[in-house]
Design a protein around this ligand. Structure first.
Ligand code: GLU
Length: 321
């Protein structure tokens, strides 16, 4: 079916989603990272970026929260750029684990494979792959410059969050050394883990994440800065990774009910990609039992339902003024 939406309809859907969801109770802040446990649980924002660079934002969309696992998408893009789709499939994989984000069991089940760059194991491996090899500072520059290109503006590490994560990341240390045992860490182990921890501790706004999502939806061209960030042929690879594991063990339920490939982080952020149409992000700290923001999920679902959109709907959608 051919479907036409106006920008005003989209703006209204964003505003209504905010009004509907802002008083939703339920969920708790991530408690295993002390910094996140203390973030104001009432913060809430939604931002949506269209392919022509129009941005609709409502609520706390310029608050810098911990990007956490959403960072995995950005660094997956970097290694896809540096190595190509085939090598990433071979060296990490593109499979859903069906298990929690920090699962050690998943590594054992997949026969020593990290599965996908969008769970902790694969993301630590991805950090080990970032070039230039062996150069911690050079690798960090590559990671953070890629964040900037995708999000359209600079992002910085929240030092307190970085310290908080570094002091408590025992499970991730176990994952890193287990992967090393299977020859799935392609650079220094402690350096790779540290880069992963640092990228998770980057402060990001919902507006920046929506621009990043829109860059993916726009096949690598940042619609706000107009800069080309990655090759168009990588866009479907990234969206596939997001749709298969973006909500960890609840990814199927999410795709089924929302119709949009999306990636969550325990900082409360969710980034959603509607190829060719828009990127959307929402942020609210309280999480469900799988580590996904309760309000951000509700907000994005509300927008999708209101606009009658879904990535598998088979509609040709045009957005007009
Ligand atoms: N830094 C977090 C961790 O490694 C990220 C997890 C997430 O956001 O899902 O545990």
């Amino acid at each position: 079916m051919k479907k036409t939406l106006t920008k005003a309809q989209i703006k209204q859907a964003v505003e209504e989603a905010y009004a509907e969801c802002k008083d939703i109770k339920g969920g708790v802040n991530a408690h295993y990272i002390p910094y996140l446990a203390n973030v104001n649980p009432d913060l809430f924002g939604i931002s949506l970026t269209l392919m022509d660079g129009t941005v609709f934002s409502v609520g706390d969309t310029d608050y810098k929260f911990g990007i956490e696992s959403v960072s995995k998408v950005l660094t997956a893009i970097l290694i896809l750029k540096q190595y190509g789709a085939e090598a990433v499939l071979k060296q990490i994989g593109a499979d859903a684990t069906g298990l929690p984000f920090n699962s050690i069991f998943a590594i054992l089940l997949e026969n020593d494979h990290p599965s996908t760059p969008l769970v902790n194991a694969g993301a630590i491996t991805a950090c080990s792959m970032v070039q230039p090899q062996g150069d911690s500072w050079g690798k960090w520059e590559a990671i953070i410059n890629n964040f900037e290109a995708l999000c359209g503006s600079r992002a910085e590490v929240i030092d307190e969050l970085y310290r908080s994560e570094s002091d408590t990341n025992f499970q991730n240390r176990s994952i890193s050394w287990l992967l090393k045992n299977y020859n799935r860490i392609y650079d220094d182990v402690e350096m790779s883990l540290d880069l992963y921890t640092r990228q998770c501790s980057v402060g990001i706004t919902a507006e920046q994440l929506a621009i990043c999502a829109a860059t993916i939806a726009n096949k690598g061209d940042n619609p706000v800065t107009k800069q080309n960030v990655f090759a168009a042929e990588l866009a479907p690879k990234i969206t596939t990774l997001i749709s298969s594991v973006g909500f960890y063990q609840h990814t199927g339920d999410w795709m089924y009910t929302s119709g949009i490939p999306a990636k969550t982080g325990v900082g409360g952020g969710v980034l959603g990609v509607m190829p060719g149409l828009f990127g959307v992000a929402s942020f609210a700290p309280p999480l469900d039992d799988a580590g996904n923001s309760v309000k951000a999920q509700a907000a994005i679902k509300s927008i999708m339902n209101k606009l009658g959109l879904g990535v598998f709907n088979g509609d040709t959608v045009e957005i007009v003024d």
